[in-house]
Design a protein around this ligand. Structure first.
Ligand SMILES: Nc1nc2c(ncn2[C@@H]2O[C@H](COP(=O)(O)OP(=O)(O)O)[C@@H](O)[C@H]2O)c(=O)[nH]1
Ligand SMILES: [Mg+2]
Length: 344
């Protein structure tokens, strides 16, 4: 199981350029049996210094990083929600992603057509946002007409649901994204199955090296994607020697963060040191389920140690002998960077 980030934006902004840069260093896909592979889906390693340090202590035969998927989604045009361009396909692709990275054009280039005719990050973001919101509005209206039938039966639960959907619809109608609406956990889980597009975490990336900062929207990242393709061709050592900052690493980690993910590690009795991805707040048995479908059911207990304590111990054996390994049950909440040995 892996998480996926959809690369979204208007045509000719650099989405495929970003995809190319991200997937330049090929990953050995065989190690990730749950990964879906399509031409527009790329599997990218999460850069992780902790994994390397753990491996220095464990000295395994094999070191396997965790991954995230990026999906190069076709360019969106105005009217996509009504099926313009590849509209419906485009929006279905976003629906399947866990988060969105929106590439916004900031670079000037007379040889590359700009769909709206001018460089204007705010306006471009607005166009995309309107399409996402219009689609969500459609989903909300369909949901509401179903709920209204339930309300006729005067069921309390249905009334509450209608209240929630009316609130969300009112918010979206004001042109605001669902991700910014304050909702409690119960409300969030009520909305979850609808996979609202504007409820997904979103990161804006301005593709430029010169344009001014965007004021209205929080553009979190700014880089020149064409340069990044070249940088991605260098090995880590070459980049270090040339003093080149790996901007893409920053981008990958930012995606990881907006998804609210943590990393945990397994050492497989010393054979393989491996990083895995878990939703924050996941339990020991959830973590087991990430490693192997059977592990969730057959989970008995696990030995857990923080990665730094393991490094300080010098070896798994030392950690055990000095009482640093904690034995935990299914419900134990896993912390970021925990190293886990499962007992099934
Ligand atoms: N000048 C310039 N051109 C770029 C940059 N990034 C992408 N391009 C070019 O813009 C064109 C469209 O890029 P592409 O990634 O295919 O855009 P997409 O339609 O969003 O997937 C290509 O010819 C790219 O080489 C950039 O930072 N500067
Ligand atoms: Mg493209």
């Amino acid at each position: 199981m892996s998480f996926s980030v959809g690369i979204v934006g208007l045509p000719n902004v650099g989405k495929s350029t970003l995809f190319k840069a991200l997937t330049r260093q090929p990953v050995d896909i065989a190690a990730y049996p749950f990964t879906t592979i399509h031409p527009n889906v790329g599997v990218v390693q999460i850069p992780d210094e902790r994994l390397e340090k753990i491996a220095q202590v464990i000295k395994p035969e094999k070191v396997t990083p965790t991954i995230i998927e990026f999906v190069d989604i076709a360019g969106l045009v105005k009217g996509a929600h009504k099926g313009e361009g590849l509209g419906n396909q485009f929006l279905a692709n976003i629906r399947n992603c866990d988060a969105i990275i929106e590439v916004v054009r900031g670079f000037e280039d007379p040889n590359v057509e700009h769909v709206t005719g001018e460089i204007n990050p705010e306006k471009d973001i607005e166009i995309v946002q309107v399409e996402l919101l219009m689609k969500d509005l459609e989903t909300l209206e369909n949901a509401l007409s179903k709920i209204e039938k339930e309300v006729k039966s005067k069921e309390k639960k249905a009334l509450k649901k209608k209240e929630l959907f009316d609130k969300v619809k009112d918010w979206v109608s004001q042109g605001k994204i669902i991700a910014e609406l304050e909702l409690n956990d119960e409300e969030k889980s009520e909305l979850k199955e609808f996979q609202f597009l504007s409820a997904k975490p979103i990161l804006y990336l301005l593709n430029t090296d010169t344009a001014p900062e965007s004021k209205k929207y929080s553009i979190q990242l700014k880089m020149n994607l064409r340069d990044e393709v070249e940088v991605s061709e260098l090995s880590a050592e070459e980049a270090k020697e040339l003093g080149i900052q790996p901007h893409l690493d920053q981008l990958i980690l930012a995606c990881y963060n907006i998804l609210d993910l943590i990393t945990f590690y397994t050492v497989a009795g010393g054979k393989e040191t491996r990083a895995w991805t878990l939703k924050k707040g996941g339990s020991a048995s959830d973590a087991g389920g990430v490693v192997h479908t059977d592990f969730k059911e057959k989970f008995i207990r696990a030995e857990v140690i923080g990665w730094q304590k393991l490094i300080e111990s010098g070896s798994w054996k030392n950690a055990r002998e000095t009482g640093q390994l904690k034995t935990v049950g299914r419900e134990h909440i896993i912390e970021d960077s925990d190293v886990i040995e499962f007992r099934i």
